[in-house]
Design a protein around this ligand. Structure first.
Ligand code: NAD
Length: 249
C-alpha cells in the first residue's frame, strides 16, 4: 500500500481505456481516496463507481479556471485534503504545421498546458497549507523528439510547455515540501487517437521501439504511482520517460 489514505485528484480519468482511469484504479488499490475529474458529471460518477468505494466523480473542464476551482472545492468538501494532483487531461490532433487553425491551437494547448496551470493553481494553496504534496504532469515523448508519432506540432508544443511549467513550479514550491514531476509516455494504446491510428502506423512505430511492444496504460500508471508516493521523496522537477526506449538520449 503506497498511497494509504492519501487523497489523489486525477484529471481526464473517466475514459474507460485511458491512462487516467487506469491510474485511478491503481491508486485506489494502493489505499488512496481518488477524485476523478472529467468533462461530464455522469461519466465521472460512473468511472468512480467502477473504481471503488473510495472514489468520487466530479465534472471539471480544466480549460475553465472557475470549473477547476469548483471541482477542487468539491473534493476538499468530500475528503478534507489533497495529497496528489495528476494533471492528465489531454487531447490530440494529427495536423501539420500549416494546417493548424487558431481554434486547433487553442483546443490542444488549452487542455494540456492551460489546464495544468489552472488545476495546479486550484490545489497549491491547500498543499502549501498542508506543507506537503505531489503534482505529476502527463507530458509526452512528442515534447522531446518533436512529435512524429500522431499529434501535430501544436501538441508537441503544449506537452513541451508542460515540462517547462512543471520545472518552474518545482523550483517555486520545493520549500513547501511540494514535489512536481512529469512523465513523458511514448505510444500508449488508449482511445485518444479516436481510431485514426491505423495498423500500418502502429507497425511502423513498433520498429522504433527497443522493448518491441506498444505501451499499455498500466506502464504509465506505475510511473505515476512512483512519483505520487513517498518512493520518490527526493525527486522533484524531474521528467520520467515511459516509452519502451523509443527515445533514448
Ligand atoms: P484518453 O482520451 O483516454 O483520456 C483523456 C481524458 O481527458 C478523457 O477522459 C477526456 O474526456 C479528458 N478531457 C479532455 N478534455 C478535457 C478537459 N477540458 N477537461 C477535463 N478532462 C478532459 O487519452 P489518454 O491516452 O489516456 O491520455 C491521457 C494523457 O496522456 C493525455 O494528456 C495525453 O496527451 C497523454 N499522452 C497519451 C499518449 C498515448 O499514446 N495515449 C502518449 C503520450 C501522452
Amino acid at each position: 500500500m503506497l498511497l494509504e489514505n492519501k487523497v489523489c485528484v486525477i484529471t481526464g480519468a473517466a475514459s474507460p481505456r485511458g491512462i487516467g482511469r487506469n491510474t485511478a484504479e491503481l491508486f485506489h488499490k494502493h489505499g488512496a481516496y481518488v477524485a476523478i475529474l472529467d468533462l461530464n458529471q455522469a461519466q465521472s460518477e460512473e468511472a468512480a463507481r467502477a473504481v471503488g468505494e473510495r472514489a468520487f466523480g466530479v465534472a471539471c473542464d480544466v480549460t475553465d479556471k472557475a470549473s477547476c476551482e469548483k471541482a477542487v472545492a468539491a473534493v476538499l468538501e468530500k475528503f478534507g485534503r489533497i495529497d496528489v494532483l495528476l494533471n492528465n487531461a489531454g487531447i490530440t490532433q494529427p495536423l501539420k504545421t500549416l494546417e493548424i487553425t487558431p481554434e486547433n491551437y487553442e483546443q490542444v494547448t488549452d487542455v494540456s498546458l492551460r489546464g495544468m496551470l489552472y488545476m495546479s493553481q486550484a490545489v497549491l494553496p491547500q498543499m502549501v497549507s498542508q506543507n506537503s504534496g505531489s503534482i505529476v504532469n502527463t507530458s509526452s515523448v512528442s515534447a522531446q523528439r518533436g512529435g512524429g508519432i500522431f499529434g501535430g506540432p501544436h501538441y508537441s508544443a503544449a506537452k513541451a510547455g508542460m515540462l517547462g511549467l512543471g520545472k518552474a513550479m518545482a523550483r517555486e514550491f520545493g520549500g513547501h515540501n511540494i514535489r512536481i514531476n512529469s512523465v513523458t509516455p511514448g505510444l500508449i494504446l488508449t482511445d485518444i487517437t479516436g481510431g485514426k491510428l491505423t495498423p500500418e502506423m502502429k507497425e511502423k512505430i513498433l520498429t522504433t521501439i527497443p522493448l518491441n511492444r506498444l505501451g499499455a496504460a498500466e506502464d504509465v500508471s506505475k510511473a505515476f504511482l512512483f512519483l505520487a508516493s513517498d518512493l520518490s521523496s527526493y525527486i522533484t522537477g524531474a521528467t520520467i520517460d515511459v516509452n519502451g526506449g523509443m527515445h533514448i538520449y
